[in-house]
Design a protein around this ligand. Structure first.
Ligand SMILES: *[C@@H]1O[C@H](CO)[C@@H](O)[C@H](O)[C@H]1NC(C)=O
Ligand SMILES: *[C@@H]1O[C@H](CO)[C@@H](O)[C@H](O)[C@H]1NC(C)=O
Ligand SMILES: *[C@@H]1O[C@H](CO)[C@@H](O)[C@H](O)[C@H]1NC(C)=O
Ligand SMILES: *[C@@H]1O[C@H](CO)[C@@H](O)[C@H](O)[C@H]1NC(C)=O
Ligand SMILES: *[C@@H]1O[C@H](CO)[C@@H](O)[C@H](O)[C@H]1NC(C)=O
Ligand SMILES: *[C@@H]1O[C@H](CO)[C@@H](O)[C@H](O)[C@H]1NC(C)=O
Length: 524
């Protein structure tokens, strides 16, 4: 016979059989809380928590005292976890979510209030994702724009690392909240993520239903920290990272942030993920990023789908920001353009075969020399989020005929006798200015190859001719915007005319290396 008081959370730790150190007592998971947003239809939202093994748990969804839905389960015998999947719900609210644990005749009740159904997006990455609304341009006015967005709810995960995969979050810095100036601009690099917030705000303006935003980001961290052991192994990443012969501990170590800041969220039903990371890999495992990034996406998708009982889509939409610009420190720095290219799995555009259902915001033209947070932290996050939300509308929400990506050439031809390389773009192009250096050709004579500038020459709505006369040998490759800082603020030479989307950087190889024949890009 169990005395009633033993069921109260405070007393439970004394009961030896009551569970592992992962959690004792009857409670919701750390991120099931007042003001939360649960994923709407067609998926069912997952609700889970801890209880006494063998107890029955009933989750009741109520609206204005009326029961809308009831779901019962039992706390697993071998752990202290319970979990239910709600029936799909239309967007809206507010609701109350009640959980009742029954063991014998003893009942204990928990509830969370003011819960909405909508789309839940997880935002992750390093410092450019962490940067708060107080750090961006027009901060004061952006922080004050909250009244219209009370149905956009925000949560910010605490910065914690772990050697093992954790079941629940060790902490949240900002529990589920309505947006306020204070919550959006709590301090530098704390909460709330500006890119995440502005992305959600843009989505709300389009969708007009609740949006839940979870920020789980940590500045200065490499992709390896956010990757499971499985994906690192698949890409041949060494098990232990060393910096001058010393094993790395701390948040840069392999898998430690996956373990503590992502894995605990895996049972939640999500709409999708946005990601802003890569600066830290400009000097670390750079060549592997074309494997580690697609592998992270695939691994997160598998785990979230499986752990949410199939509620989170198997190929859920995954958006990301292509690296912006940084003032180059060394004379020749290849890391930025390499990572930008590898972020697309070396295609130059997304989605593609290796990265299905993804979308990208090009940001190389948003450099900010005078940023008080150093040029690696540009303050225009509004444009980043705007471009990202265009991708989400097209890829995640299936909006047809929406242009969400700048122009890329679909054909590159050498015009023999004219000394011109003729680029044909699939989209219309807007040439803002003629640049003499931003296009470069690899010019080979014998075995010697050299990158030479190919000045922009003539252009029309779909074509652009480059002057390749400086090359007296064979043109074997062409690249665009292949530097750390390719152009000034919104001053790249090529955009899409109506959408202000910059042409993405690319590199193309002449596969047959015979002048006069077509040079085809590795594009589908
Ligand atoms: C954030 O950084 C800015 C620029 O360096 C500084 O002026 C401001 O005081 C910082 N704010 C906080 C809360 O630390
Ligand atoms: C780094 O992480 C690896 C893998 O999780 C672990 O085996 C190793 O002990 C960690 N190293 C340090 C110094 O914390
Ligand atoms: C990734 O890029 C490197 C060069 O940086 C290249 O050698 C390698 O073949 C690429 N791997 C994949 C999987 O595309
Ligand atoms: C999450 O889902 C996995 C796979 O279904 C399951 O093994 C695990 O117990 C669940 N964890 C929680 C905390 O519900
Ligand atoms: C800041 O506000 C000004 C005035 O409204 C506007 O012109 C500018 O585009 C805003 N900047 C950003 C980055 O949104
Ligand atoms: C480039 O190619 C297009 C299509 O083949 C053609 O219409 C255009 O005249 C060419 N431009 C130049 C400068 O040769």
């Amino acid at each position: 016979m169990i005395a009633p008081e033993f069921v109260l959370g405070l007393v439970l730790p004394l009961i030896p059989w009551a569970g592992s150190s992962a959690g004792v007592g009857f409670r919701f998971a750390s991120y099931i809380d007042n003001y939360m947003v649960l994923q709407k239809e067609p998926a069912g939202a997952v609700i889970w928590g801890y209880g006494i093994p063998g107890a029955t748990v009933t989750v009741i969804l109520c609206q204005e005292e009326e029961t809308i839905m009831k779901k019962s389960t039992s706390v697993k015998a071998d752990s202290d976890i319970w979990m239910v999947v709600l029936d799909p719900m239309k967007p809206g609210g507010p609701f109350e979510v009640v959980a009742e644990q029954t063991i014998g005749r003893i009942k204990h009740t928990l509830s969370v209030q003011n819960v909405l159904f909508g789309d839940v997006w997880l935002c992750s990455g390093q410092s450019n994702m962490q940067m708060t609304v107080s750090q961006i341009f027009n901060a004061t006015s952006e922080m004050s724009k909250t009244a219209a967005y009370q149905s956009v709810r925000i949560l910010s995960v605490s910065l914690v690392q772990a050697q093992q995969e954790l079941e629940d979050l060790p902490g949240v810095d900002l529990p589920w909240s309505k947006p306020t100036a204070q919550n959006l601009g709590h301090g530098n690099f704390t909460y709330m993520s500006a890119v995440c917030w502005l992305f959600g705000r843009n989505l709300y303006d389009t969708l007009h239903y609740p949006i839940g935003l979870i920020s789980s980001s940590w500045g200065g961290t490499p992709i390896e920290a956010w990757s499971s052991g499985r994906s690192l192994k698949a890409c041949g990443v060494p098990k232990q990272r060393f910096i001058p012969l010393r094993p790395v501990s701390g948040p840069s170590n392999n898998s430690v942030l996956w373990n503590a800041m992502i894995h605990p969220l895996r049972n939640m039903t999500l709409k999708g993920v946005i990601w802003y990371q890569g600066e830290n890999n400009v000097n670390y495992n750079t060549d592997l990023y074309n494997c580690t990034f697609p592998a992270l996406i695939e691994d997160w998708r598998q785990v979230f789908h499986y752990s949410s009982q199939g509620q989170t889509e198997r190929l859920f939409p995954f958006g990301f920001v292509q690296l912006s610009s940084d003032l180059p420190m060394a004379s020749s720095q290849d890391g930025f353009p390499q990572i930008r290219w590898h972020q697309t799995a070396d295609f130059g555009y997304v989605p593609n075969q290796r990265m299905p259902n993804t979308f990208m915001a090009v940001a190389m033209d948003l450099g900010d020399k005078n940023s008080p947070f150093k040029s690696i932290h540009p303050r225009d996050k509004q444009t980043v989020a705007y471009r990202l939300h265009l991708g989400a509308r097209a890829v995640a929400y299936g909006e047809k005929n929406l242009i969400f990506q700048g122009p890329l050439p679909e054909k590159i031809e050498l015009m023999v006798g004219k000394g011109l390389l003729n680029l044909t773009y699939s989209q219309k192009i807007q040439v803002q200015r003629l640049d003499n250096k931003i296009f470069e050709i690899s010019c080979c004579s014998g075995r010697q190859c050299k990158w030479l500038p190919a000045p922009m020459d003539a252009f029309s709505i779909h074509t652009l001719a480059l002057d390749v006369n400086p090359c007296h040998g064979t043109v074997v490759a062409l690249r665009y915007a292949w530097t750390t800082w390719p152009c000034g603020y919104k001053q790249c030479p090529l955009y899409h005319p109506s959408s202000t989307l910059p042409a993405p950087p690319f590199i193309a190889f002449n596969t047959n290396q015979v002048p006069g024949r077509h040079v085809r890009l590795p594009m589908s």
